[in-house]
Design a protein around this ligand. Sequence first.
Ligand code: ATP
Ligand code: MG
Length: 575
Amino acid sequence: MAAPDPNKSTDNPETTPEEASTRSLHFIEQIIENDAKTGRFGNRVHTRFPPEPNGYLHIGHAKSIILNSGMAQEYGGLFNLRFDDTNPSKEDVEYVESIKEDVKWLGADWGDRLFFASDYFEQMYEYAVQLIKKGKAYVCDLSGEEIRATRGTPTEPGTPSPWRDRSVEENLDLFQRMRDGEFPDGSKTLRAKIDMASPNFNLRDPVMYRILHTPHHRQGNKWNIYPMYDWAHGLEDSIEGITHSICTLEFEHHRPLYDWFLDELGVYHPQQIEFARLNLTYTVMSKRKLLALVNGKYVDGWDDPRMPTICGLRRRGYTPESLRLFCKVIGVAKFNSTIDATVLENAVREDLNKKALRRMAVLDPIKLVIDNYPEDKKETLVAINNPENEADGTREVPFSKVLYIERGDFMEDAPKKYFRLTPGKEVRLRYAYYVTCKNCVKDADGNVVEVHCDYDPATRGGQSPDGRKVQGTIHWVDASSAVDAEIRLYDRLFNEPNPDDPQNGGEYTDCLNPDSLKIISNAKLEPALANAVLDERFQFERVGYFTLDKTSQKDALVFNRTVSLRDSWSKMAQK
Ligand code: ATP
Ligand code: MG
């Protein structure tokens, strides 16, 4: 959880617009502070995250979780986790459990306030009866298709339902019988009686309840009618005493309906506030599309490290702190935009640079033989675990005559500016010695299989006593003690910045990147990596950030690349 900003005073409610801008409050913070000033909610702040348990959470949800729980934390308020489980046909307990795990992992604390909208069904039913009694809701026999067809157009009002003027008694009787299961699915609805001529379609007698003979994952067969989102959501917020009901921009035109229901009932009335949803390039973000990727076996499940799901990002090696940093960088806005995927990648780089332990790993190995190094000699050299954090200390790395280096770190005929191994050139082996390249050995096809060099024993630790400079430093792994590993290099799942754009000429599945996963099966790692555990993050020097995959076994290590390094070395190492 982000630490409270010491510059933000919460005990001074007299926030002028100038102050707000110098403290760079985003618009939701400004609303909350203004409400505190007027005493609107008695200085309370109470937010919620209301997922529908119909899929795994994605990074867009992470933004909402971080924003909602962050506001509660920043203003000393409360945060609820509430499952909006009003649509039993798509929901599942599997999703409930995964969502809880993801919200917890992000560090959002709901305390003992875990709620389910379905627990309020009885109360919602009573509220609906109240509206019927007020003449503000009626049972309608039109089919869904007919309701849509009579909605009107932006320029023409809708046509009132022939059932709009049923008596209160008849409506009460029919609504009770809908609940009791007397009527088939789709044969009747309960609609709010608002205004068929409203310029806002949401107010043209919206459906509040539909008949659905589908068991509910928590309520079993108790209900034959289920509330619609717009009816249910404000009630859920009201029942829980939410102050600021933060949702995404597409609900802006639903706000008058949110307000209408609560005003007509005369119950406690939270403030709905809309913000722009997160969109990312090279990503699709809807649960429906993510589910299709899983079902179509385009990816290896919801937690495939290429997925923008929270569990996928976690498996990939993202940290909760990196996602919070990302949210801080992109801010909270009132207009829609698409964030470049590099912003997310840079956030995880920034976070991992501070905390990842450095290790040496060779992804595309060839042998480096030190001709003048004694045949049986073995020594251990000292390497720094994390130059960004002295407390991480050092480790010992074995060294002997035969090492592995990256194939890309040797070139037989190199251009002038090539600072790595080429005959006649001296380079530093990280933490070890200066070596001078002599020649190479090739196989029958002309591929380099061994590089030969001489080392300078006086440069132990990678320092020259005579101040001699080398322009290149390369990483290496001692061949006799190296551990083997499989390395999974992930790239973007799509090769179009906007896979959803119909201008791409097809479905988003048509622009999947065929090279989004590259598996390296013969990587060589320094022995310390054999003890890696899940959730530990490493920087493989010059290569990128990596974490152990959940399928990894003691004798069959598997690492996922979280993200490459930004510098040009990484590009060369990937080749
Ligand atoms: P999707 O359209 O991806 O299936 P959803 O909005 O249907 O998502 P819900 O479970 O209803 O998913 O969403 C829970 C909360 O997460 C809502 O308050 C919603 O506004 C928010 N949310 C969903 N997607 C995003 C996003 N891309 N950016 C920010 N918030 C989001
Ligand atoms: Mg939804």
